[in-house]
Design a protein around this ligand. Sequence first.
Ligand SMILES: N[C@@H](CCC(=O)N[C@@H](CS)C(=O)NCC(=O)O)C(=O)O
Length: 221
Amino acid sequence: MTFTLHHAPDFASTIVRLALEELELPHTLAIVDFDSGALDSAEYRRVNPVGLIPALETDDGPMFETGAILLWLVDKTGRLGPGPNDHDRPAFLSWLFFTSNALHQAALAMFYPHRPAGEANTDAARATAHDQVVSRLGLIESLIANQQPRWLSADHPGVLGLYIGVLVRWLTSLPPEPYRINLAEFPNLRAVLVALERRPSVQRVAADEGLGDQPFTKAGA
Ligand SMILES: N[C@@H](CCC(=O)N[C@@H](CS)C(=O)NCC(=O)O)C(=O)O
């Protein structure tokens, strides 16, 4: 398998890069110069018609959407998440789609509140998105505390932890106060992310992208 990841450091493509690195799948990084309008170019739109980062070129064609790429990597390799015939596949799929549709989207609304709400309403939009993020992280915290799923645990690496780890990194550092998320309020999630960020694959990516040695739990510290 050969891969080209269209990437910008500490963007959503970092989530995919972490999965490729943990899976030890060789890949080429194509750095996207988004400031110069590269996302709108016809060439880039051929790999991601939506014009966002990431895009992953595979032997089977290009892919976009972080969650879809992660799921495809799990299925292709049989690693980092339950496969189609595993009994815990339904729960895994539910939480992966929840992370992509609900947590990631609310996080984006916190970082770019003018996009859904317009410049005049950014404070209200950010406050709403903040409450959504807190409640959605709370659901993930309860999931880990009550069910201890193998696919989101301190003992086993998985794509969902990598995905949530990068989102938490941003949520604990990018929003202005008082909207910044305090990871101490989610101790079970924090424990999973601490274990994950110690893995050599995460450390390699973090060093290369300048994310610090605790990229998920000490962002901005
Ligand atoms: N739902 C998309 C969201 C991707 C996304 O928002 N990417 C951001 C980077 S983190 C981006 O490309 N931003 C550039 C822009 O919005 O112009 C996914 O999961 O792939």
